[in-house]
Design a protein around this ligand. Structure first.
Ligand code: PLP
Length: 291
């Protein structure tokens, strides 16, 4: 947890909601608050008293729900802080978050989207871009994926007119084995997409080497596994592309949210183009001109 980077609060800045909240609380002292710091302090106070559980979260001690958010007062204050920018779409905070995630994974770049499912759809769709020349996926190409997994790991294969080829997973870890993936490779195999289910890494290291040697794209669905490591490296850093979900069931949350991480600069334009309505844009939203 920490700062919230993707606040989706529908408010008007002019009404200064923290002051209204403070009035509701009867905290007269903050009615005159003029600086953002004072407003955020009031919000954190209100969140502590009225929004969040009273029991303090203690890392290593407190119960962590298997699904659901654990928020602290400064998280709520960060949501309001983002809202007070008056910037409702992705902007500087999103770019900072993208850079931080890329650094954390040890990859060159990351692009924010609205969910982990969208991240998977974007990752697979980007591989159909003509910008990738002979490496682009075309209708009827085969994509290997585990038979057991989250629906939106598999759905983007169908959505793009590609053919899923299913491999089994191991009991206990729910991870696919590289040998089974290798055995499933045929003349039309062009990509593999597989999730590190419930944070259990499969052998993405060996799989990445196999895929590279055979000219096959590897997408790691890392939505369940931010923080997992394999041979000392973060999951999500082995494939050509990897995806994350920031839904509250996962390790950190932006409410709804997801990300696609990648290394090759050649993937940036296809990814941005598919994410941003097909436009060929070389500048961030609300800045400069589109070409
Ligand atoms: C492995 C895996 N992939 C993709 C997703 C989809 O993420 P989202 O809920 O953000 O769409 C999930 C969600 O739990 C998941 O577990």
């Amino acid at each position: 947890m920490g700062e919230a980077y993707w606040g989706v609060l529908i408010i008007t800045v002019d009404s200064v909601p923290a002051l209204q909240i403070a009035r509701t609380m009867g905290a007269k002292a903050v009615e005159t608050a003029s600086s953002r710091d004072e407003i955020l302090e009031a919000v954190a106070l209100f969140a502590r008293e009225h929004v969040l559980s009273k029991s303090e979260f203690r890392p290593g001690e407190s119960h962590v729900p298997v699904s659901g958010r654990v928020l602290r007062p400064h998280d709520i204050a960060a949501l309001v802080d983002a809202s007070l920018d008056g910037w409702l779409t992705s902007g500087p905070r999103t770019e900072l978050f993208e850079r931080q995630i890329a650094r954390r994974l040890g990859v060159r770049s990351a692009l924010m989207v609205n969910s982990g499912s969208s991240a998977n759809l974007l990752a697979v769709s980007a591989l159909t871009s003509p910008l990738l020349g002979s490496r682009k996926l075309i209708e009827g190409d085969e994509v290997i994926t585990p038979a057991l997994g989250f629906p939106t790991t598999l759905n983007p294969i169908l959505q793009n007119g590609l053919r899923p080829v299913l491999v089994d997973v191991q009991l206990g870890t729910y991870a696919p084995q590289v040998e089974e993936i290798e055995a499933a490779i045929g003349p039309r195999t062009r990509a593999v997409i597989a999730a590190h289910t419930l944070g259990n890494p499969y052998d993405a290291d060996s799989l990445a080497k196999l895929c590279k040697a055979r000219g096959i794209w590897l997408i790691e669905d890392n939505c369940d596994a931010l923080g997992s490591t394999l041979n000392g490296a973060p999951t999500g850093s082995f494939g050509d592309l990897s995806t994350l979900s920031f839904y509250p069931a996962h390790h950190i949350t932006t409410g709804e949210g997801g990300m696609v991480a990648f290394n090759s600069p050649k993937l940036r334009r296809p990814l941005e183009s598919f994410r941003d309505w097909g436009r060929a844009c070389y500048c961030p939203p609300r800045r400069g001109r589109h070409v």
